[in-house]
Each structure stands twice: as C-alpha cells, then as structure tokens.
Design a protein around this ligand. Structure first.
Ligand code: DGT
Ligand code: MG
Length: 582
C-alpha cells in the first residue's frame, strides 16, 4: 500500500471527475458480467443440440448469443469512453497544474533542476500516470470481475475439475509475482536513463554552437552513444526477461488445457458433466488466462505510475521561494521608484556574495553599478524585482518594505533587461510586446526607435514581423540586446534596470541610446550596470563593487577626485580608447 501512496494525491482530480468514474465502473461491471456468461449460452445450445432440438430454437440461441455480444461490445465502447476520457482529462489538468507550478518557481529552482528532467516529467511521467488511471483501472476492475464471475461459474459446474485445471494457472501467477520486482527495478533504471538521454540531447541542441566551435562533435557523439547504449542494454534485458516469462506462461497455460481435456474428456465420457459444460469450461479457462497475464502488467503499470507520481509530487511540493507573504499589503497598487537599501546581504546557498550594501536613490535618478566580474552586480539588481531575496538587511521601495509589495505590482512597474538576453521564437514585434499583448504598433515603433533597433529592423525581410530564433532569422548580439531593451521600455516602467545590457553594442550607439533614455521619461528611476565608465559617468550615484562590497561611491566628479579604483579604471579605459583610435 505504501508504494501506492503517491497516487493518493490524485484524489482531488478523481473527485472532480467522479461522475465519469461512477458510470465507468457501472459499465465495467455490466460489460464483464455479460462477457463472463457468454459461454453459458454456448453450453445450453450444445446440450440442447444433443437432445435434438428444433432448428428454430437453435436460431433463437444464436440470436441470443449475437445480442449479448453486441450489447457487451456497446458497453465496452462506452466504458472505454468514460474511463480513458477521464484519464485524458486528468492528464490535461495535471499537465496544466505542473506548468502553472513551474511558472511560480523562483530562479534558484531552475538552477537546481536539469531542464531535461523537468521536460521528462511532462513528456514521460504525466502520461504514465494517465495511462495507469485509464487503462490500469479499467483492466484491473475488468479482471477482478471476470475472475470472480468466471471462477464462480466454473466451480458451480464442477469444483474438482476447476481446482485441478487451475494448478498450472497458480504456477503462472507465481511466475508473474516473482518476476515483477525485476521488471519494476529494470524499468526504473530505464526511466532514469531516458531522463539522462533527453538531458544530453537537449543540452547538445542548445549548445550546438559551442560544440562546433570546440570541434567536439565526435566526443559528443561518443558520449551520447554510450548513454544510448546503456539505454539499449537495459531495454534488451527487459525484452529478454519478458520473453522468458511469456514463454513459460504459454507452457503453463497449455498444461492447464491438457489437464482439462484429459480429465474433462473423461468426465464427459463418464457422464459426470455434459458436453456443453465441457465446452463452456474450455472457454472459461481461456478467459482466465488474460487476468493472470495482465495482473503482473497492471501491478507493473501502477508501480511505474507511482514512481512517476513520486517524481511529480517532489517537484509539485516545492514551495515557490519567493511569493507574496502574509505581510504583503494588498492595498499597494503602484510604485514610483524611490529605492533604498539598508545593510543588505545576499547569499547563494551558504556562499555570501554581497554584504552591507546601503544606498538610496530618488525617483527619476540614475544609479550606476560598476565593478570587476563576479563582484555581485547582477546579484544586487536581482533583489529589486525579487528574483532573489536578501539574506539580511532591508530593501524599501517608496518607503515600503519590498516584501510587503504584492509581487505582481512590483514586477509590473519594473523594466528588467537581464545580462543574458532571451528572445522567443516569435516575430520581433511579438518579442518586444511580450507581456503587453495589446500594445499598439506605434508604441512598439517608438520603443524600437529609442533603443535604435528600428533602423536594423527595416533591413529585415518582414521588418517587425520577421520571425526570429529557430525558425527565422538570427539577430546579432547587439540587436538582441536592443530588442530586449525595447521590450523593457514598452511597459513604461517606473524603474528601468539594464544589466550590462549594452555590452554588445558599440560605444557610439550606446551613448546614443543612453542619451535618449535619459530624456524620454524624467520620472523613471534607472539602474545601469556596465563595465564601461562611458556608460555610467552621467549617473547621479555610482557604486563601485568589489568582492561583494561597495568600495567607492559618489558621482563621476567626486570619484575622479578620489583617485581610487574608479579613477584608475577610467584612465585605463581612456588609454585603451586612445590606442584603438590610433
Ligand atoms: P559579471 O556579470 O560577470 O560582471 O559579474 P557580477 O558582478 O554580475 O556577479 P554576480 O552577481 O553574477 O555573481 C556574484 C557571485 O555570485 C559569483 O561568485 C557567482 C555567484 N552567483 C551568481 N549567481 C548565482 C546563482 O544563481 N547561484 C549561485 N549558487 N551562485 C551564483
Ligand atoms: Mg552580472
């Protein structure tokens, strides 16, 4: 029972579809009872024939047989409709719920879980659960009913014959039980190897550029081949074991029939049973073989589904790390962009990456963050849309603790351009208007001009309607970044965050974009991360981060006067620029 516990979580879905289940079960009962009594009609017909019945009566029996068969088939049809339909509906709900859940997860979750594993849950595990609750339930109920009814009818006909001919059947049942554990273990290994295999394929396809650049095709082919070979090996093992089990079943079932024909035949000759009973007996014995064979299959199916459900539950049970808490003040429906950090610290797992960060930035002002790679710049700005939460200290926006602002409200007012741009395989216009589906075309054009991507778009085959990504054109690094900036600007955010978002753009274009950003919305608070002094020197406040701490702060003028790291970096970059221009 413990093995099946994970499946209890499906209770809420079963309750939702209880009508389908109820009618499904009723249909299972009726169709299988009819199926089990079919041989009884055969028995009467044969017995009556022995006694010499008129032809009309034979026709009557034949008609009865056909009628019962037709009704039985009809009932089976509706039974499948109800139960398989119910399973498909549950699969649909489960997949929706799973996707919904993934959308709630915070960044950390996606760094901890492999994409291939998360995909395998949706493509492998959810269908496996659905298959079990549909087919598994249907066959299990059918088998139980057939087993009970047929066995009762057989025993009422002749108890001794039933018991003797069922001896090999019990042996077959034992074989099924014994081999089950092996099947389940092998199957689990196959499932996890499949997850490895899909992770490998997925990483290879998305990392194809790196693989080609490093001429690693052969190595990758080899390591994929090895994984695939392991997968094949396990599958072959399973196929072999299945073959052995099936063949021994065949032998045992055959033995049952030998016993029946021998002892049953003798009983007919000695007039202990009628010929009709003998025929019915033979058919019933055949009917019983399927429940015995499929019992193992069903248990296997349920175990697999249970293992799948465990994996699904494990992911579904993870609470989103970042969500609205009880301290959330639902009356806040707007933020203006006054940001204050008080002694803020950030840690990933136990690794401290930022400590004692304090600053304040007024509405409409620009904050710039500069510092060596790995100094914690990205981590700092991730705190503002609450992509991560601070380990210590307090963050206030418009004077509210950031945790008291509903996440929806907070994020709606922030335009965030991450360091790594991501564009969907859609048109450029759709990419820019992501999250603002009813944006007007003029608006899209306006932000595209602001980020200077407009001119580039005009050279594309379908301009704004050009498909990008896998099925369309590829954008250059700088074009991607500017498309991402347009996306952020379209929301007209009160806080705009650019995380090194102009790194792939030349200095001249960068200057142009930053200048137009400066004038387009005077009430917008801006946070700019960059490695170039030229992009940060106009900021009202500049923080120089090093090893997770603010080592210098001020504006361009005061920092230059300080003659510290900032001034040093400035001189260095000026020198590089001068050398470039030579
Ligand atoms: P960049 O973009 O190369 O100029 O570097 P920063 O300044 O943006 O650095 P940042 O904040 O991305 O990383 C600071 C440290 O935190 C660095 O040692 C890597 C680590 N780190 C960053 N993101 C994660 C994360 O998601 N998980 C973990 N465990 N560590 C992270
Ligand atoms: Mg960064």
């Amino acid at each position: 029972m413990k093995t099946f516990r994970p499946l209890f979580r499906l209770k809420k879905y079963f309750i939702r579809y209880k009508r389908d289940i109820f009618w499904g079960i009723i249909l299972v009962i009726f169709s299988n009872v009819l199926y089990s009594i079919l041989p009884k009609i055969l028995q009467y017909t044969i017995d009556q024939m022995e006694n010499g019945i008129p032809i009309e009566k034979i026709v009557l029996f034949a008609a009865l047989f056909v009628t019962v068969t037709v009704i039985h088939s009809g009932l089976r049809f509706f039974m499948r409709q109800k139960l398989i339909g119910m399973a498909r509906k549950i699969e649909y709900q489960l997949r929706n719920d799973y996707f919904h859940h993934l959308q709630q997860m915070s960044l950390n979750f996606f760094t901890k879980h492999r994409t291939g594993d998360l995909m395998a849950l949706a493509t492998n595990d959810i269908p496996s659960v659905s298959m079990t609750i549909g087919r598994g339930l249907m066959f299990l109920l059918s088998n139980i009913i057939v087993f009970i009814v047929v066995l009762t009818l057989m025993m009422r006909t002749n108890l001794a014959l039933t018991l003797i001919s069922l001896i090999p059947f019990s042996l077959a049942f034992l074989v099924v039980l014994k081999s089950m554990k092996f099947f389940i273990r092998t199957f689990e290994r196959i499932q996890s190897q499949f997850a490895d295999l899909s992770s490998k394929a997925q990483e290879n396809i998305s990392g194809v550029r790196v693989i080609k650049a490093y001429v690693q095709e052969e190595n990758e082919i080899e390591s994929f081949r090895q994984l695939n070979r392991k997968y094949l090996h396990e599958n072959l093992k399973l196929a072999l074991a299945r073959g052995v089990v099936w063949s021994s079943m065949d032998v045992l079932f055959g033995l049952s029939f030998v016993i029946l024909i021998w002892l049953g035949g003798l009983a007919v000759i000695r007039d202990q049973i009628t010929l009709g009973e003998f025929v019915a007996f033979t058919v019933w014995l055949g009917m019983l073989s399927w429940p015995v064979i499929s019992f193992g299959w069903i248990i296997n199916l349920v175990q697999r589904a249970s293992a799948s459900m465990t994996r699904i539950n494990r992911v579904m049970d993870i609470e989103p790390e970042i969500q609205d808490t009880e301290s959330c003040d639902q009356s806040i429906c707007h933020i203006s962009g006054h940001i204050q950090f008080i002694n803020v610290a950030v840690a990933y797992e136990d690794l401290m990456v930022l400590e004692n960060i304090s600053f304040e930035i007024a509405i409409g002002k620009t904050l710039a963050i500069i510092g060596p790679t790995g100094s914690g710049k990205t981590s700092l700005i991730r705190l503002i849309p609450r992509l991560i939460d601070a380990k210590a200290g307090q963050i206030l926006i418009d004077g509210h603790d950031i945790r008291s602002i509903p996440l929806q409200v907070l994020r709606r007012h922030i335009g965030f351009v991450p360091q790594e741009t991501f564009l969907f395989s859609e048109t450029i216009a759709e990419n820019i208007s992501f999250g603002e589906n009813d944006a007007k075309f003029e608006e899209i054009g306006r932000v595209a001009r602001l980020s200077t991507i407009h001119e580039d778009l005009l050279t594309f085959p379908d301009q704004y309607q050009t498909l990008i990504g896998e099925r369309g054109v590829n954008l250059s690094g700088g074009q991607k970044q500017r498309a991402a900036i347009s996306r952020a600007l379209l929301r007209q955010p009160n806080i705009l965050i650019l995380d090194d978002a102009l790194s792939a753009v030349d200095t001249y274009t960068e200057e142009k974009i930053l200048n137009s950003l400066r004038v387009q919305n005077p009430n917008q608070t801006k946070i700019i991360i960059s490695h170039r002094i030229s992009s940060v020197k106009h900021a009202d406040l500049i923080l120089f981060l090093k090893n997770g701490a603010v080592v210098e702060r001020g504006n361009h003028r005061t920092l230059m006067a300080e003659k510290g790291l900032y001034a040093e970096l400035y001189q260095q970059q000026r020198l590089e620029q001068a050398l470039d221009e030579l």
